[in-house]
Design a protein. Structure first.
Length: 188
């Protein structure tokens, strides 16, 4: 290069000025093609290889200004269960409004009851998403509130004691069992 234009002039080298690697060769570890002035890219033979920042932050590291997030596996599993409950409520709502699943009490009372059902289900979905959000951060209160709401729903299913509810009752029991096990594994 000429010294009158842009760039560094006639100085040849690499862009990175860090420590040189211990061995010769190219960045990718292959052999370099040597010319009379250096390698193919006109850098010095055995140039330096960029090694990245010297003190790389660890995965999941957070700064002091950010809210700490727990990496407890039980909290993450519990949060996934709350998100699953919200997702199943969305699915059930879609099935009801598509006419696949029929609720005799709400559908027989007309569009006002269906709108009320939609609003209640939207509230339930929002509550369980929020519970999952806080449970993921290790909140025991979120676990307790979620288990109480889900247990109350199970009691309502038990009061209706129809055989068609047996599958839902079993599912509710399993979900409560897994939530309680994850709750017990949370740190104090």
């Amino acid at each position: 290069m000429s010294s009158g234009g842009f760039g560094q002039g006639t100085n040849k080298g690499t862009v990175y000025g860090g420590p040189a690697p211990t061995g010769q060769g190219t960045v990718y570890g292959g052999t370099s093609v040597k010319t009379s002035e250096g390698t193919v890219y006109n850098g010095p033979v055995g140039g330096t290889v960029y090694q990245g920042p010297s003190a790389a932050p660890s995965i999941g590291a957070r700064s002091a200004t950010q809210t700490p997030v727990t990496s407890n596996a039980a909290a993450l599993r519990g949060a996934k269960i709350f998100y699953l409950i919200a997702g199943m409520t969305v699915l059930r709502t879609v099935l009801i409004f598509a006419g696949v699943q029929i609720l005799t009490s709400a559908t027989s009372q007309g569009p006002a009851a269906m709108a009320g059902l939609l609003m209640v289900n939207a509230l339930v979905i929002a509550v369980f998403v929020l519970l999952g959000f806080f449970a993921q951060r290790g909140s025991k209160i979120a676990f307790l509130i979620g288990m109480l709401i889900y247990a109350a729903d199970m009691v309502l299913l038990l009061m209706n004691s129809a055989l068609s509810n047996m599958f839902s009752i079993i599912i509710h029991g399993l979900v409560l069992y897994y939530l309680f096990n994850n709750f017990r594994q949370l740190p104090e």
